[in-house]
Design a protein. Structure first.
Length: 230
């Protein structure tokens, strides 16, 4: 993993981040001074559980997994993040060590934005504060929805919900979903063992509700899958 600076490039990247899109050029320039590029190869660890944050990360491209190791030695995936997403802000404000580790699941380019730079901008621009709060609230909302889903829904419902998560209302009849990463990581994200996950996929295929081709999952009839098991 290595870092390098490209002044101009960083400012252009920051300007495209939804979080920063109300900042003016001067503010972006100040943030850029506290920002470095981090290139991570697939498998690289960006930070370990217990490390102290000095800022937060933004994914320019690639994919990152946040996870921790359970006392039994298994891995629990907390989140799978992609292009344009940020992580680590909440911990950065708490002055506490990271409770998870972050690992690149694909070759990735990230920006690391220093805590000092962010705090200076928050002091001078209330709009940024409101947007960061909105972003963190959104994440909290997802987290609560997840916990609710783990407690109240069967494994089958969780998988169906995950496969149809992009589908709102009257979309196409048939769709193809590409899993963002391997089945083990997704199973862990849904709080299922890999065996349980595979067994349910197998069951849904036998019923003709899905057709699995590696990471691509064809759903011939979205509505039929949605109402199955309800």
């Amino acid at each position: 993993m290595h870092s390098h600076q490209h002044g101009m490039n960083i400012e252009a990247l920051l300007a495209h981040v939804p979080l920063f899109n109300e900042l003016d050029a001067g503010e972006i320039a100040r943030l850029a001074r506290g920002t470095r590029e981090v290139a991570a190869a697939r498998g690289d660890i960006l930070f370990h559980k217990g490390d102290t944050p000095s800022g937060f990360h933004l994914i320019v491209y690639g994919q990152v997994k946040l996870a921790f190791t359970s006392p039994q030695g298994g891995e629990k995936v907390v989140d799978i993040l992609g292009q344009g997403q940020t992580f680590g802000e909440a911990v950065m404000f708490m002055d506490r060590p990271f409770m998870v580790y972050a690992q690149a699941l694909a070759d990735s380019l990230l920006l690391h934005i220093s805590k000092t730079a962010i705090i200076e901008e928050l002091n001078s621009d209330p709009k940024l504060g409101r947007k960061m709060i909105a972003g963190l609230s959104m994440r909290l909302h997802h987290l609560i929805t997840d916990v609710e889903s783990y407690s109240l829904h069967s494994g089958r419902q969780r998988i169906i919900g995950y496969l149809l998560r992009e589908q709102l209302g009257d979309a196409e009849k048939a769709i193809t979903v590409t899993l963002p990463t391997n089945k083990g990581v997704i199973a862990s994200r849904l709080n299922l063992t890999q065996e349980h996950f595979s067994r349910i996929l197998h069951e849904l295929s036998e019923k003709g509700l899905i057709v699995v081709e590696g990471r691509r999952i064809h759903i011939p009839d979205v509505e039929k899958l949605r109402v199955y098991d309800h």
